[in-house]
Design a protein around this ligand. Structure first.
Ligand code: ATP
Ligand code: MG
Length: 420
């Protein structure tokens, strides 16, 4: 992508009316646009990050046998009444259709996926099944002050698992914990993310959250340094202030963001729909379920909170919009300037041909060199390449990693190999 044609612009200053760090920095760098509190547009740079996160999640869900669907956002009142959540789900957005019927904008999709599964999965031979989607959710959140962390409209990956019994659910539930850590590893937040024991609601002792430690977090968690697991403040008293794994009493309290959440639903949602399957002996048995959520926008916001400095974003390599930020530094001398331009253009082409994503600052001398470097830091691609009179005098390009101070000259002919 050429910066000369990218329709969005960076801003010299962060937006004043935005409180959260993640939204301030993502807006300033041109990744997102705020439409209203908790409602954002993904701009080209942000959309690329979103798609990368989405692909990582999709790959990992497909690997465990997930089957992807896309359920509607517009959902009829009837199914929500059936589970009692028309009245009990606080943040449900409700609306009336031109047929005078009532609808809810989907805040979660148990009410849709259960009647769906019921039409296809009847027998022990069909089980287990894992259905997921990556889709827009709507919640009328009271506090929408945390930018991408708490949207009123937000994208979620929600998976629902269907099992013959609790033992099978337990096995899959454990496996999903590993899958989630794999996702957070690929997104660059493994080191600061903890498996966290949280309230399980009425049907299960615990649920598990994946909490990423950062000052922007809305939750308080207590971390056991020995086990690398944590407990959400909401249940720490029930556990007598001890680690549920090793009974350690010396837990560190930290602010954290819940980037994911997994839950044993058991028959909480299958029972209201009278959903049973036929077991091997021909008897009817309740379907046992689990659900597994990750907020994609919240994940992106969390990564921005964890990986930035006072100059801008610092993207982990698997989810960066582009791997390389290529800058041409213009020279006064016309001939020299042409040489710089030709070299930069060729580099842009060659790197892309070897499969490397490049954001090319080809804005010429309309933009000062200082502004180009500041934009590179703000946008936060992991590697910056500079072509200038000085580097060309050495048949070289300057390479600098976003998270390191050190600069290095690399010969032009080796550049694709070195970047890789
Ligand atoms: P929270 O406790 O933060 O309100 P939740 O427990 O209600 O979230 P779930 O219903 O389990 O969240 O949703 C699954 C995942 O979706 C969460 O772990 C989070 O990553 C994401 N998520 C939930 N609510 C929002 C929101 N308002 N904006 C962005 N992401 C969200
Ligand atoms: Mg929660």
């Amino acid at each position: 992508m050429r910066l000369s044609t990218l329709f969005t612009k960076t801003n010299k200053e962060a937006p004043k009316d935005e409180l959260s760090i993640n939204a301030r920095i993502l807006m300033q760098a041109g990744f997102i646009d705020k439409v209203s509190a908790g409602v954002y547009t993904y701009l080209p740079l942000g959309f690329r990050v979103l798609k990368k996160i989405e692909n990582i999640i999709r790959e990992e869900m497909d690997k465990v046998g997930g089957q992807e669907v896309l359920m509607p956002a517009l959902t009829p009142k009837k199914v929500w009444e059936q589970t009692g959540r028309w009245e009990n789900f606080d943040a449900l957005f409700k609306l009336i259709g031109s047929d005078s019927r009532e609808y809810a904008l989907g805040a979660t999709h148990e009410e849709i996926v259960v009647p769906l599964a019921q039409q296809h999965i009847f027998s022990y031979k069909d089980l287990p099944v894992y259905i997921y989607q990556i889709q827009d959710k709507f919640r009328n959140e009271k506090r929408a002050k945390s930018g991408m962390l708490r949207g009123r409209e937000f994208i979620m990956k929600d998976m629902y698992s269907f099992h013959a019994d609790e033992a099978d659910l337990d096995i899959f539930y454990k496996e999903m914990q590993k899958v989630y850590f794999k996702i957070f590893e690929r997104c660059g937040i493994l080191d600061s993310t903890y498996l966290t024991f949280a309230s399980g609601g009425a049907f299960s002792k615990y649920s598990h959250e994946f909490q990423t430690v950062t000052a922007a977090g809305e939750d308080d968690i207590y971390i056991c340094g020995d086990c690398k697991i944590a407990v959400n403040e909401e249940i720490i008293k029930d556990l007598n202030n001890k680690c549920p794994n090793c009974e350690n009493k010396h837990l560190n309290k930290e602010k954290a963001i819940e980037v994911g959440n997994i839950f044993k639903l058991k028959d909480r949602f299958s029972a209201p729909f009278g959903y049973e399957y036929i077991d091997e002996a021909g008897n009817k048995k309740p379907i046992i379920m689990g659900c597994y959520g990750i907020g994609l926008g919240r994940l992106m916001g969390t990564i921005a909170e964890v990986h930035h400095d006072d100059k801008g974003l610092i993207w982990p390599k698997e989810i960066t919009p582009y791997t390389v930020h290529l800058i041409e530094v213009n020279a006064k001398d016309v001939e020299e300037n042409n040489k710089i331009k030709l070299t930069a253009e060729k580099l842009y082409k060659d790197l892309q041909e070897s499969g490397i994503g490049v954001l090319f600052d080809d804005r010429g001398d309309n933009v000062s060199t200082g502004a180009k470097f500041a934009d590179a830091d703000l946008i936060g691609c992991p590697m910056r390449l500079v072509v200038s009179e000085r580097t060309l005098n050495n048949d070289s390009v300057e390479i600098k990693k976003r998270n390191e101070e050190e600069k290095e000259l690399v010969k032009l002919k080796h550049i694709a190999r070195d970047v890789k």
